[in-house]
Design a protein around this ligand. Sequence first.
Ligand code: COA
Length: 260
Amino acid sequence: MNYANLLTVVDNGILTITINRPDRLNALNKKTIEELSIVLKNAEGDDEVKAIIITGSGQKAFVAGADISEFANYTAEQGKALSAKGHVQLFDLVQNLAKPVIAAINGFALGGGLELAMACHIRIASDNAKMGLPEVSLGVIPGYGGTQRLAQLVGKGKAFEMIMTADMITTEDAYKWGLINHITTQENLLAKCTEMATKIISLSPSAIASAIRAVNANFQNGVNGFEVEIEEFGKCFATQDFKEGTSAFLEKRKPGFTGK
Ligand code: COA
């Protein structure tokens, strides 16, 4: 399928999605959010896709935020609706996808761009990247989950600092604070993400989907994550992957997981 603002390629089970609006520093306009939502939903149901990498086109930006030109004249109601729709359409979808999603942060990840990266399960950044939530400099707050996911990743104090100062931080600080998992060079970024995705997809897809649900449960209001873990742990015993994984271990051979 062809997309106006995305490039997609599937190779060895890994779908790489490149957000492709380089003249706008890959800013997330409505169309791009819509297309990301479609491609991710399709990927979830596509047996050929086992992991997903999201990156930005060009050398400069992952995503420089939501597209400011689209919402500059919005009313309070329109602003609320924009945020609510975005959560469901894209950011919660990414977080809860049953397949691993890695953000390859190749440059500026600001506002909605950092929020997209934070919704991903894993973040790897190139050493030129800059990250921040500059919304208060525009008179607004992060509205695609940033106030929640940033605090979950870096703690409340650092989250307040980043949000209140609107400052961009370097990859070194992002790494020290736990915002990103790894730093690499820009040239090596996709290779590093692919290497990690390849490792993950050699393991049990059904167990990984369970792990995503259990870890995410910790951050859902009114949900007891320990109970979800117990449920998901139990469900694993009914999978072919569990039979295969344990048999392969006992038979001293490599497992061949199917995700069933
Ligand atoms: N929404 C809409 N357009 C954006 C954008 C955004 N979030 N971020 C960048 N652009 C556009 C710029 O307006 C510019 O368009 P132009 O060529 O028509 O002037 C183009 O992308 C290139 O950006 P530019 O600002 O010229 O690049 P720079 O290297 O000087 O600065 C940034 C880079 C990222 C510091 C700067 O673009 C920026 O501050 N962007 C907005 C970040 C932001 O506030 N994001 C949160 C949004 S809620």
